[in-house]
Design a protein around this ligand. Structure first.
Ligand code: PMP
Length: 334
């Protein structure tokens, strides 16, 4: 009989899928690494597992302990399902702008959710950073993974995502493209792929970041954008810019138009940061010869964005409907 002991044992080993229809005008092969097939539905299951196991090994997380993290989304789900497997309680702190649906997903896994006001600055005692620090300090056995500074985030990708991509492309990979949020994915995966290909005859793998226009990674001021999970207004410790060869800025309109195309034209119902990463991957791929191979990482599923990116009313209110955005998208992708 073939079965897993627990759903958390199935994190990682995600497939590569060729993009065939959104790649018009591109000579080389573009492969998507589909992370929504992870048990919690996103790439973040990987860091959750490794951060928890490292904290157990160091003694920072003791049996019966409580995981406390400011997170509203994918990292919370990953921590909750690994926490469930290992018997840890989870308390997640979310700002009130986070939708009730997202909070309910965390509660469904048995986590406790504490809601804080969105309108206060990070240093305010009621901010979600301050509240999570306070709860972690005041809860006996409390431990805060802190995905923005925890080196086990990038390490999880160095030890899993990177080796998986290298093995599945038989060492033929030319470039790796990923969005940058905490920076953990691109830093860990990119570091492994650079190192493993360092002495290759054709040259090493190029590491390309994708960033929402306005975010600091692509030289912006941190001004707002709508794509979720990527971009920053500060530089987290999980991100090592030395690993990255180039960062490509992508607008919200381009990201969302491509996200919708991925569902309709490739059968990939994925989130907005996936559309963003694919726009950057195609722009990079357009500069490469036919024998090149590009892998682009798609972090999560489109299910969490049905009332936004996949809702015509929401898209139309921002002028993002594919018809409305068509001219800019076609003009700038290729
Ligand atoms: N996309 C989504 C939807 C995410 O939740 C995240 C994680 N914040 C990312 C992309 C970026 O991943 P990383 O934090 O590893 O840079």
């Amino acid at each position: 009989m073939k079965f897993a002991e627990h759903i958390a044992d199935l994190v990682g080993d995600t497939p590569l899928v060729k993009l065939s229809n959104v790649t018009e005008g591109i000579a080389c092969t573009v492969l998507a690494k589909v992370e929504y097939v992870n048990p919690g539905g996103s790439v973040k299951d990987r860091i959750a597992l490794r951060m928890i196991e490292a904290a157990e090994a160091s003694g920072a997380l003791q049996p019966g302990g409580t995981i406390v993290e400011p997170t509203s989304g994918n990292t919370g789900v990953g921590l909750a399902l690994v926490g469930q497997r290992k018997g840890y309680k989870c308390i997640f702190v979310c700002p009130d702008k986070v939708s009730e649906d997202k909070r309910n997903v965390l509660k469904a896994y048995g986590a406790q959710v504490v809601v804080t006001p969105s309108s206060v600055p990070p240093e305010h005692p009621d901010s979600y950073y301050s509240v999570s620090d306070r709860i972690a300090a005041e809860t006996p056995g409390g431990w805060k993974p802190d995905q923005y500074s925890n080196p086990e985030g990038p390490n999880s990708h160095y030890h899993s995502t990177g080796p998986e991509i290298w093995a599945d492309t038989d060492g033929e990979l030319t470039s790796f493209v990923a969005g940058i949020g905490t920076g953990g994915t691109i830093t860990g995966t990119g570091r492994f792929l650079r190192e493993v290909s360092a002495d290759r005859a054709g040259g090493r793998v190029k590491i390309i970041g994708a960033d929402p226009e306005g975010s600091v990674y692509s030289g912006g001021s941190g001004r707002p954008y709508l794509v979720e999970g990527v971009g920053e207004d500060m530089w987290p410790r999980a991100y090592d810019p030395a690993v990255v060869d180039d960062v490509i800025a992508v607008t919200d309109a381009e990201s969302f138009a491509m996200t919708r195309r991925l569902a309709r034209e490739e059968g990939l119902l994925v989130g907005g940061s996936c559309g963003m990463a694919v726009v950057a991957a195609l722009r990079h791929a357009a500069t490469l010869p036919a024998d090149a191979t590009v892998v682009v990482l798609l972090p999560d599923s489109g299910r969490g964005y049905m009332s936004k990116i996949f809702d015509d009313g929401w898209m139309g209110s921002y002028g993002f409907l594919p018809e409305q955005a068509e001219e800019q998208t076609v003009g700038s992708v290729l």
